[in-house]
Write a protein that binds this ligand. Structure first.
Ligand SMILES: [Zn+2]
Length: 131
């Protein structure tokens, strides 16, 4: 999972080439109906980016709750594993998932500060001597 994330970030970086963005935060949406354990992901992310161009970038995980849609009546509901994810209205098996399977980068906070702003000249250019 972390590997996929890093590949996505590499792809994203290429879009800014030749500048290398300094990434501060990566906001990731993670559905609760994925097998991803957010705390674990944050730890592996921290290990994976150490020493890379993403070193220091913080991974911020936003959980997306599982929401199903009941096919017979089209109502959305919160599937409950203890009820076999069946809809409370019609007791229908969960066939449609509205949200909860997300695993995507929602936004990236970054800056080009180091590259975009040229270092100030050590000495301001001398004005032309008065004629
Ligand atoms: Zn229903």
């Amino acid at each position: 999972m972390t590997r996929c994330l890093l590949l996505s970030m590499d792809e994203w970086r290429r879009q800014h080439s030749p500048l290398v963005p300094k990434v501060e935060r990566v906001h990731l949406q993670v559905g609760t109906f994925t097998c991803v354990e957010p705390d674990q992901l944050v730890v592996t992310w921290g290990d994976a980016v150490r020493g890379s161009w993403l070193d220091g970038a913080e991974l911020v995980i936003e959980s997306v709750l599982l929401v199903g849609r009941c096919v017979p009546c089209q109502a959305t509901y919160r599937p409950d594993p203890s009820c076999g994810f069946r809809s409370p209205c019609c007791d229908h098996p969960m066939e449609e998932i509205v949200s909860g399977r997300e695993l995507r980068i929602r936004s990236v906070a970054y800056a080009f500060a180091d590259q975009a702003v040229p270092a100030p000249a050590a000495h301001p250019p001398a004005p032309c001597p008065a004629a």
